[in-house]
Design a protein around this ligand. Structure first.
Ligand SMILES: *Cc1c(COP(=O)(O)O)cnc(C)c1O
Length: 463
């Protein structure tokens, strides 16, 4: 027996002999000698392991080149795999939120390839400030005096608090002490920013007099937080931004609003539920408004702060701004995204987020009818394939209770078995472009609202 195992070990080719095979020489040309040798050593190791355990050569041992090629491909896959998001959540935080417009993708690529005038002004050949060009564009779009861009909206809130209220009290309604998820909680951000949270009112009702009575010599800010991922209904009262602005003016205190998503356009024109617009808050006199770049705005991850010039200046000069600033790639993508807002009549075509949100239900249904036979051909043996009405959500804490009616393709295992379903979703995850659906009621649901590349979808189902 020992003799047989030793004999098998002897049959394993040496690295040198493998490297003389033309197919492996071609792989060395493609992947480099070092990486190929490392892969072959790993394969030798696992072949020895296989022999020790099973007393035979592994099945792939007659095709080292094919196996090495497959392994290199596998390792060469990006850690960030592109997926088809058919989960029914348009802005899916775990899948990277907004899909950028083509013009934003092109702008980001250009900025990656080339030096750009990031902090360099061509007129004076001197140093400019990196948010300048975008700040001007944001002012144009929103009527704000100035703007500041940071890494995300959580960073925007942290910077506003740290720069405007260090060691001081910030008054917030108890109904607005939001947790966004991923450890963003207003009370904790206050602590990190070195501020003291002064809660006023109750969970369901906060009045202007609650804010007024709370103001003391230690108060530095009045703050409102948009309750973006929940709604309080019933016997409720919240103070409007305009009322708070009037109180702030009376007391000489700035009013800041964390708007979360914020939409630069009125979504009700598309029949969508309305989301507060930053420019309306600016018009109401709010000192600073912050919102995300990759939620309803439809751009790259960023935190945007717009508002009064003197306050923005304080943010720009705070040491945290240096730590939270964005790079040229984000700025380029955000700039191109904002440009689209100057052609509002074309926005619903050019901005993928808005394109998905505004897709007519009839169009989604027609797509479902068109795809049905192809999906049946791909997986009809194992699954009963059907169309079903579904409701998509916007996601990322935008419009939390609203749903958009659409159509889903549903795959129900013919044997009614949950393990058939799990095996299939497992296969889909292994594909070149994993298809992400949602399991509901013993079926796999693919919400078609966000499906554009139909050919890819069918190919991944069949693979
Ligand atoms: C989403 C959200 C945040 C966090 O924004 P990020 O861009 O994810 O950092 C903060 N506040 C509110 C109200 C939000 O909705």
């Amino acid at each position: 027996m020992e003799w047989k195992v030793n004999n098998l070990f002897c049959q394993l080719p040496s690295i040198d002999s493998l490297l003389r095979q033309p197919a492996l020489q071609a792989l060395a040309g493609e992947w480099g000698h070092v990486r190929l040798v490392a892969t072959l050593r790993d394969m030798q190791q696992s072949a020895r392991e296989h022999i020790r355990q099973h007393r035979q050569l592994p099945a792939w041992a007659d095709d080292w080149a094919g196996c090495a090629s497959a392994q290199l491909q596998q390792q060469g896959r990006s850690g960030l795999r592109p997926v088809l998001n058919l989960s029914g959540t348009v802005l899916h935080t775990n899948l990277g939120r907004a899909q950028l417009a083509e013009s934003a993708v092109a702008a980001a690529a250009l900025a990656m390839r080339s030096p750009v005038t990031l902090e360099y002004s061509l007129d004076e050949a001197g140093r400019g400030h990196r948010d300048r060009a975008l700040a001007d564009r944001l002012c144009q779009l929103t009527g704000a005096e100035d703007a500041c861009i940071v890494n995300n909206n959580a960073a925007a809130v942290l910077l506003m608090l740290a720069a405007l209220a260090p060691g001081k009290r910030v008054i917030v309604s108890r109904g607005e002490l939001v947790e966004i998820g991923g450890a963003f909680r207003i009370p904790d951000v206050m602590t990190q920013a070195g501020c003291t949270l002064h809660e006023v009112g109750t969970t369901n009702r906060t009045h202007l007099k609650d804010y007024r009575q709370a103001i003391d010599a230690d108060t530095a800010l009045l703050m409102k937080v948009h309750t973006s991922n929940y709604q309080i209904q019933g016997f409720t009262k919240a103070v409007s931004e305009a009322e708070l602005v009037a109180l702030g003016e009376e007391a000489g205190l700035p009013v800041v609003v964390d708007l979360g998503s914020g939409s630069l356009i009125d979504l009700s024109q598309y029949g969508l539920p309305q989301e507060p617009m930053p420019q309306r808050l600016i018009a109401a006199g709010v000192s600073l408004v912050s919102f995300s770049g990759d939620k309803l705005l439809g751009g790259p991850q960023a935190g945007i702060i717009i508002g009064k010039k003197a306050l923005i200046e304080r943010l720009q000069q705070h040491p945290l701004k240096r730590a939270l600033r964005v790079d040229k790639i984000t700025l380029a993508a955000l700039d191109a995204t904002l440009q689209l807002y100057r052609q509002p009549d074309k926005l619903a075509q050019q901005l993928p987020t808005l394109r998905f949100l505004t897709r007519p239900q009839a169009e989604i249904h027609a797509q479902g009818l068109r795809l049905l036979p192809q999906v049946e051909a791909a997986c009809g043996q194992q699954f009963c394939v059907a169309l079903a009405p579904c409701s998509s959500q916007i996601g990322s804490g935008s419009l939390p209770v609203d749903r958009l009616p659409g159509t889903a393709l549903t795959l129900t295992p013919r044997d009614g078995s949950g393990s058939t379903l799990m095996a299939f979703t497992g296969k889909l995850r292994e594909g070149d472009v994993p298809v992400i659906g949602r399991i509901h009621d013993g079926s796999l649901w693919f919400d078609l609202r966000t499906l554009e590349d139909e050919e890819l979808f069918i190919r991944m189902l069949g693979a």
